[in-house]
Design a protein. Structure first.
Length: 70
């Protein structure tokens, strides 16, 4: 019996609940930040920025798909 194929392509895109878990896990002290790959989320980059801003985060677009929450 061999290895099964990689299933990365079949993984569902992440949602706001997943983003909230990432942010909750990363923000413990003032000055903490979290960087995410927006391509892994079902929402557009603009929607992720808007959701973060609405929740009180500063969201910086580092590149086409990388966002930094602070």
């Amino acid at each position: 019996m061999g290895l099964s194929p990689k299933h990365y392509a079949n993984r569902p895109k992440l949602d706001l609940e997943d983003l909230n878990q990432v942010l909750d896990a990363n923000f413990n002290e003032p000055g903490d930040t979290a960087t995410i790959d927006a391509d892994k989320y079902a929402l557009s980059t603009e929607e992720l920025i808007a959701a973060g801003t609405e929740a009180g985060y500063t969201v910086e677009k580092l590149s086409e798909n990388m966002l930094k929450f602070s």
